[in-house]
Design a protein. Structure first.
Length: 144
């Protein structure tokens, strides 16, 4: 049986299932053995995260005069996660671009950009913020 655990109720269901497993031996004397596995899955960054990035880059372009695509490259260089790859016996550092980031990596990437701009008094709102709708309307043409 495979159980997908996403929230606390799922954890309780899994624990209940584990408690109901029969231990001991079968009628033929063989010991019952169960395999238990956990696999953490990270989901690809969301379209909403990507849209927020490009809205922010539009705002930064508007405030600094730097082009959004150049800003993207700048922030990828500064804040994107890296991974070590091996090719032909050589170690290389590969930058993970936003299209390959998972949700956690993208959240961290966005947070770094937000912190970087907060030192320059450029306010980058989040969707839950009060004035996000007007921000969205102003910069929506930057979304890719």
């Amino acid at each position: 049986m495979r159980l997908k655990i996403i929230n606390k109720d799922d954890i309780e269901l899994a624990i209940t299932h584990l408690r109901q497993l029969k231990l001991g031996n079968t009628k033929s004397g063989k010991q019952l053995v169960y395999d238990y596995n956990t696999v953490q899955r990270n989901f690809k960054r969301t379209l909403r995260q990507n849209n927020l990035l490009w809205l922010w880059l539009g705002c930064i372009e508007d405030n600094t005069g730097n082009k959004a695509h150049d800003l993207y490259d700048y922030y990828i260089d500064r804040f994107a996660p890296r991974k070590i790859i091996m090719a032909f016996g050589e170690q290389r550092v590969k930058i993970i671009t936003t299209s390959k980031m998972d949700e956690q990596q993208m959240s961290y990437f966005l947070k770094q950009i937000d912190e970087d701009k907060s030192t320059e008094d450029i306010k980058l709102p989040y969707p839950k913020d009060k004035h996000f709708e007007s921000f969205y309307e102003k910069y929506k043409n930057f979304m890719r």
